[in-house]
Design a protein around this ligand. Structure first.
Ligand code: PLP
Length: 356
């Protein structure tokens, strides 16, 4: 089967195979990854190697820390304002969809003022909000953006102009799927369960000057503490970090992010070209804002969409149902989805269209 789920998502076949082989005994120890101590030298090596591979893949300079958290992207919606919105207690946000809204709601919930500078809600988020006016760090602790909008199917391929304001990026759904310059951001975070590994670990990449002691925040979300403890303040998600490490190695073998982005562009173009030519199916997102990883589409008829979802499922093309807030279908083409999977989907849709 091909798994088009928005997350947790498919993992590369060779990685699944390696996990299977190593599960009973890692490195001849007689103990598997599910059983070893996070304080062992074996795990030290696993987490340090994963960190170095990520540093290499994203060209992360030495003045950025790489942290491994639990709590998902949702946990970081709280961690970012708790750690960074300490000066003005005020942040700016571009409302590009559901996950940007959720991030803003959580910051507001923690007593931070959230200024929504622009929103495309009235257009059903079918394009990205643009920055209306220049902004300054005299007003804001940071600007929050969602680089890829998993539900709506848009992505910033060029970052919005943000003046001297620190940029915080939720990269959850296109982390390592397309190239971004780390130094454009003060903080990047991403749950790994789409492009990097199994659910359970969230990666945060933070510039050193933003890491400072903050009082009265939960230790489990405290960047300063996690930097000091090398992400091992408590028991980390050992298996998820190990599996993510294997995917990072796999990504290096594929040629790194530039190469993966090239393949992702090829994969998404295959589907977008089909949709744009189709008389039955369509994608409504503004062309320049289209996501490489999440592609919603519809026949425009809810009953027919249901039929397509059933027919694709019967054919082994899984999890194409769109998010309930958007309806229709959605194909998620993360890094582990091969071109052959997208071709199989396009062939199937093409045949379906001919029969209808
Ligand atoms: N941000 C984005 C862009 C997402 O797509 C998601 C989940 O799909 C989240 C945040 C929330 O992540 P989590 O479920 O890891 O809390």
């Amino acid at each position: 089967v091909y798994n088009f789920a928005a997350g947790p998502a498919t993992l590369p076949d060779p990685v699944i195979k390696q996990i299977q082989e190593e599960l009973p005994s890692l490195d001849g120890t007689g103990m598997g990854i599910l059983e070893i101590s996070h304080r062992s030298s074996l795990f030290d090596n696993i987490i340090n190697t994963a960190e170095q591979d990520l540093r290499d893949l994203m060209h992360i300079p030495d003045n950025y820390h790489i942290l491994f958290f639990q709590g998902g992207g949702t946990g970081q919606f709280a961690a970012a304002p708790l750690n960074l919105a300490t000066n003005h207690k005020r942040i700016a946000l571009l409302d590009s969809g559901h996950w940007a809204t959720r991030a803003g709601d959580e910051a507001a919930n923690l007593g931070v003022q959230v200024d929504v500078l622009a929103s495309t809600k009235d257009d059903h988020y079918q394009e990205l909000p643009q920055m209306p006016n220049p902004i300054s760090n005299k007003d804001y602790d940071y600007l929050h953006i969602t680089t890829n909008n998993t539900i709506e199917g848009t992505a910033y391929h060029q970052l919005p102009e943000h003046g001297n304001v620190t940029l915080v990026g939720d990269l959850s759904s296109n982390f390592l799927a397309e190239e971004y310059k780390v130094t454009d951001f003060g903080l990047i975070f991403a749950g790994v369960q789409k492009n990097v590994g199994p659910a359970g670990v969230t990666i945060a990449i933070i510039r050193d000057d933003l890491v400072k002691p903050v009082e009265h925040i939960p230790s489990i979300l405290n960047y300063n503490l996690f930097v000091k403890k090398n992400s091992m303040f408590n028991t980390p998600p050992v298996f998820a970090i190990y599996a993510s490490g294997l995917v990072l190695k796999w990504l290096k073998q594929q040629g790194g992010i530039a190469e993966i982005e090239r393949i992702n562009r090829q994969k998404s173009a295959l589907l977008y070209d089909f949709l744009d030519d189709s008389k039955l199916f369509s994608n409504h997102i503004k062309k320049t804002d289209r996501s490489l990883t999440n592609i919603p589409f519809t026949t425009g008829d809810a009953d027919l969409d249901k039929q397509v979802i059933q027919a694709t499922t019967d054919a082994g093309l899984m999890n194409l149902k769109g998010h309930r807030s958007v309806g229709g279908l959605r194909a998620s083409l993360y890094n582990a989805m091969p071109l052959a999977g997208v071709q199989a989907l396009v062939d199937f849709l093409h045949n379906f269209e001919r029969q209808h």
